[in-house]
Design a protein around this ligand. Structure first.
Ligand code: SF4
Ligand code: SF4
Length: 410
């Protein structure tokens, strides 16, 4: 357990997180000034990898040992948090690949820990996700427990949110290892290490928090950063062996083979390093910006291993969610901001989108789904949960013209 997470979970918890922030801030800055020495929390490790278990397992073991921050001994209760969003085959790049999770689980078992693998899916039964995602087959015979997050406890995650309900198992584990999937995200740009822990909000509390953050990306980013601090994983690994580009994060995105794993003790540093690897300014990821403003990371992270910049990665098309003076936001948003749209040929009218929509902006008849774009907060949860890949974020015609003009101007 890291000094920070030990202090937080065993001593400070649930005293307000300002103390925790102060410890991280002093840790980072004292280390940079050479006042204290120790394991470098800004270090991010990249390893070339494939989903061939004989190659993957030693790479993962070596990466965890290099990071040097995972402390597991006999009896340590390790909780692994992959991305198990919905029932999807590994080749769709929607969920964390089971072999990456298996390698981390074996590492924990070989060091004497007990292993629980948990998430709170947005759609579908947990058992179906494990089956369709290849987890049951990959883990056959391995002594781990798969357990859906069900029970919440209230925890103070700091201003402006205060006490929120989060998965009890994630907060009470001795060590959490966060294993995210590298994907694009139409609302939040990318979904990487920090955002993966939003799955520690149980069930339909997730869309409630989307609604409370409204159309404000920065507010949602702050929520994600605060949730991440509360869970405080010992290590974050991002599965980018098969990543997702385009209009992710659901099945509307496009799988792309990147052949890389990234990991480190700080999810903030891991996310910054991945942005750089993909050729993006780290500031474009709202959680990076928030973490930097809070002093939880800088953009000057130390990368090692098989780090290579990837060319021509297709980022999602994003635009501002608000235009002009406040009284006309709603009307301008309706006509200028990109919005979810359905491909009627792919839609099976399964109902997942309208059940999940936090703003209750989706209605349906026997033939099609329809959107109320005045109510819609552009969270793109519907795109994320659609099991058929029938939804995409599309630009409006006037929005496209304005973006074209702005690009020409710059
Ligand atoms: S758009 Fe997708 S989630 Fe919504 S009803 Fe159609 S298939 Fe289901
Ligand atoms: S319609 Fe889709 S994007 Fe709009 S609020 Fe509902 S879930 Fe979010």
């Amino acid at each position: 357990m890291t000094v920070n997470s030990f202090l937080y979970k065993k001593i400070i918890y649930p005293v307000p997180l300002v103390f925790y922030d102060a410890i991280i801030y002093l840790n980072i800055n004292f280390r940079k000034q050479g006042i204290i020495k120790g394991v470098d929390v800004d270090k991010v490790f990249f390893r070339k990898a494939e989903y061939d278990y004989n190659v993957l397992k030693p790479r993962v073991f070596e990466m965890i040992n290099s990071a040097g921050m995972v402390s597991i001994r006999k009896g340590t209760r390790v909780l692994i948090k992959p991305n198990l969003l919905l029932p999807a085959k590994p080749e769709t790049a929607v969920i964390t690949h089971p072999l990456v999770v298996k390698a981390v689980a074996e590492y924990a078992l070989e060091n004497g820990g007990t292993v629980t693998i948990s998430d709170s899916p947005a759609v579908g039964l947990f058992g179906k996700i494990l089956k369709d995602g290849g987890y049951r087959k990959a883990f056959g015979g391995l002594d781990v427990e798969f357990k859906e997050f069900k029970t919440s406890v209230k925890v103070d995650i700091g201003e402006p949110f205060g006490f929120i309900e989060m998965a009890k198992d994630a907060l009470e584990a001795d060590a959490v290892i966060n294993i995210a999937k590298l994907k694009t995200h139409a609302q939040m740009f990318l979904t990487l290490g920090v955002k993966n822990l939003f799955g520690c909000i149980v069930g339909f509390k997730k869309p409630e928090w989307h609604l409370r953050s409204g159309i404000d990306r920065e507010m949602f980013a702050r929520l994600l950063v605060c949730i991440h601090r509360a869970v405080s994983p010992q290590m974050t690994i991002v599965d980018g062996i098969l990543g997702m580009e385009g209009q992710g994060p659901g099945k509307g995105g496009t799988p792309r083979r990147l052949g890389v794993l990234a990991g480190g003790s700080s999810a903030f540093a891991v996310d910054v390093a991945i942005c750089k690897m993909l050729g993006a300014d780290p500031e474009r990821l709202p959680t990076n910006k928030t973490a930097r403003e809070l002093g939880l990371t800088g953009y000057d992270v130390d990368v090692s291993g098989d780090y290579e910049v990837i060319n021509n990665f297709a980022f999602p098309i994003q635009d501002s969610l608000t235009f002009g003076p406040k009284p006309v936001h709603r009307i301008l948003r309706r006509h200028l901001v990109q919005r979810p749209a359905v491909d009627k040929d792919l839609c099976k009218l399964c109902g997942e989108c309208w059940k999940y929509c936090p703003a209750k902006a989706i209605s349906h008849d026997k033939k099609k789904v329809s959107f109320d774009y005045d109510r819609c907060i552009r969270c793109y949860c519907c795109i994320e949960v659609c099991p058929e890949g029938a939804l995409k974020a599309v630009e409006t015609f006037p929005g496209k013209i304005i973006r074209g003009l702005l690009l020409r101007k710059s």
